[in-house]
Design a protein around this ligand. Structure first.
Ligand code: F6R
Length: 602
């Protein structure tokens, strides 16, 4: 996830770019940069860290007068967050900014290097600017050179390119990553999201995948696979705050809806035809390792619990999961043959960080699964896998959890292949299911409407039990946590088979049981557990692809052929249920009482 902006016009370009990037900083903030072409000359500024560093660096730079400019705020995927890896990437006479991943960049890079091109960065993006300049050197006109360049790209991209070969022009292309063109009185703007241009422009065109073109003063040419296209603009929202939420009532709601997209980002370039690869991992990390210990807090701990089922069952690696605050004081016995895996959305959670330091002192190798590059936990770990959920603003974690679980599923296939525990056929079966995960995470309008209607029946009572078995037990824990965080109603997650060992004593009509009843995993077992509760008059909300006659309420999920697809779909249902109950109770969904997004105290 990165943010890009572009501008053609005579106003102070630096200010427009920096203000636009400020609005997109939520998409990534490990480095930022701008490039301006005016009077036919290119100039650029880059800085590591937040945008304020770039503002300081470019403080004395003036950029009024006709010209074109591009800017970028980065969320590192290829290469560390250094100034050299920051965008815009420079060639001999051109600059490019890019959001997405060029999957075939290695092949392109080798080709270019063989032709004598020297690369400055470790990024996939730099290939684009060199490819463009090679085409110019071959004699192509600038736009033909740009078209020939994007024809070679595989993967996801939103690209803006400026060049001394065509001053006052921005070349643009979109495939899989967001990009819009907005129109002011005399000016033309580009951005990843409309919040960056609201206030400057009144109309915008949101590009479709496969579209590309160029813009120069007074002219925008748009092309698609079928040739030239006309641009039909839409009015831009006037209210910035609303636009940041893309029309959703709360960030949490927006983030629930984003899950289908961000999970694709998590998989991008890692889920390959026949295997999972993590370019960021040195295989030597796993040498001499025969067990995994996962350590995390809250939602991230729940992701770890789900991951442990997958790692043990499929990759055949013994895997324990610990709550970081407990782990720290239990004088744990640690073996250097155990890989210590921390999971954290923020990368700053004090208990998880301290647990990691303890494990390191005991000589364990460490891997973090984290959403924030360059965070303390990532820096402290021997290796990191970034979850690529994008910034999560709602305090109650949703999309971060989905991406953590996805990374753990991917890690299972990676390790299962590595240690020979999984056959190529078993891996192929999992990969096939994995590719369907974005669809399982889509929020259907009818589903949301049904949960909204149903939620009014669940605003009281003396408590909720979310129950599930196997993988669906951690999901039950997570569903209960979501509900209590934002509704302030008491909720517990419980293994369904454990209810009869005590909690069933609570059962009466005012005890709400949310039963996770997947068809692909232990359906008959969970069914009998729910029957036991129903016989004691508990109110049952069943979530299942199969109608359940004893349920008081029923939410039907899709028939699926893999438990993880049921997992993701049921996860969305529990998130929406918590959201709708909280809204009905009039609570502040995004900033629930007593909580903070990043828990940096013990
Ligand atoms: C719940 C939630 C928290 C966090 C926990 C750990 O919605 O967000 O339970 O999961 O505070 O935070 P991270 O993942 O940042 O280490």
């Amino acid at each position: 996830m990165c943010g890009i902006v572009g501008y053609i016009g005579a106003q102070e370009k630096k200010k427009i770019l920096l203000d636009g990037l400020q609005e997109l900083e939520y998409r990534g903030y490990d480095s930022a940069g701008i490039a301006v072409i005016s009077d036919g000359k290119l100039q650029h500024f880059k800085a590591v860290g937040k945008l304020k560093n770039l503002r300081e660096k470019a403080a004395d730079f003036r950029s009024e007068g006709p010209g074109a400019a591009i800017g970028h705020t980065r969320w590192a995927t290829h290469g560390k967050p250094t100034e050299l890896n920051a965008h815009p990437h420079v060639g001999a006479f051109s600059y490019v900014v890019h959001n997405g991943i060029i999957e075939n960049y290695r092949e392109l890079k080798e080709e270019l290097e063989a032709e004598g091109v020297r690369f400055l960065s470790q990024t996939d993006t730099e290939t684009v600017v060199h490819l463009f300049e090679q085409k110019i050197k071959e004699g192509l006109e600038p736009f033909d050179a740009f078209k020939a360049t994007i024809d070679r790209l595989e993967g996801a991209y939103a690209i803006l390119l400026i060049s001394e070969a065509a001053p006052e022009t921005i070349f643009f292309a979109k495939n899989g990553s967001p990009l819009l063109i907005a129109f002011g009185a005399e000016e033309i703007y580009f951005a990843s999201s409309d919040t960056a241009v609201i206030g400057h422009a009144k109309e915008a065109y949101y590009l479709e995948d496969g579209e590309y073109g160029y813009a120069c003063p007074g002219e925008v040419k748009l092309f698609g696979p079928e040739g030239e296209k006309t641009i039909s603009t839409k009015p831009l929202p006037a209210d910035k705050a609303m636009a940041q939420k893309d029309g959703y009532r709360f960030f949490m709601e927006k983030e629930i809806y984003e899950q289908s997209t961000v999970i694709s980002d998590t998989m991008l370039g890692r889920v390959l035809e026949d295997r999972v690869e993590f370019e960021e991992l040195d295989p030597s990390l796993f040498e001499g390792i025969d067990a995994i210990k996962i350590c995390a807090c809250g939602t991230s701990y729940h992701a770890g619990l789900a991951g442990a089922y997958l790692l043990e069952r499929m990759a055949k690696i013994p895997c324990q999961v610990e709550i970081a605050s407990e782990f720290r004081y239990k004088d744990p016995l640690l073996s250097p043959r155990t890989l210590f895996v921390t999971i954290s959305q923020s990368g700053e959670t004090a208990d998880t960080l301290e647990a990691l330091k303890m494990a390191k002192r005991a000589g364990l190798k460490s891997l973090s699964i984290c959403n924030v590059d360059n965070s303390s936990i990532v820096r402290e770990s021997d290796a990191a896998i970034l979850t690529r959920a994008g910034i999560e603003k709602g305090v109650a974690s949703t999309k971060a959890f989905a991406t953590q679980v996805m990374v753990l599923w991917m890690l299972t296939l990676y390790l299962g292949r590595r240690n020979g525990a999984m056959t190529p056929e078993a891996i192929a079966h999992e990969l096939e299911a994995m590719r369907h995960a974005p669809r399982a995470l889509l929020v259907g309008e009818r589903l949301h409407e049904r949960i909204h209607r149903l939620s009014k029946r669940y605003l009281h009572g003396h408590g909720f039990f979310f129950i599930g078995r196997d993988l669906f037990f951690p999901l039950a824990l997570e569903g209960a946590l979501k509900l209590k965080e934002i509704s302030y109603l008491h909720a517990e997650g419980y293994p369904a088979g454990e209810m009869k060992h005590g909690p069933i004593a609570l059962a009466d009509a005012e005890l709400f049981t949310i039963a996770l009843m997947p068809k692909t995993l232990l359906y008959d077992k969970i069914k009998s557990n729910v029957e036991e509760l129903s016989a004691r008059d508990a109110t049952i909300l069943a979530i299942s692809p199969e109608a359940f006659e004893l349920a008081d309420d029923f939410i039907r999920t899709e028939e699926a052929d893999h438990p993880m697809l049921e997992f993701f779909e049921m996860m969305v249902v529990t998130q929406l249920l918590a959201l709708e109950i909280s809204i009905r109770l009039g609570n502040d969904v995004d900033m629930p009482r007593n909580l903070a997004k990043s828990v940096t105290v013990e």
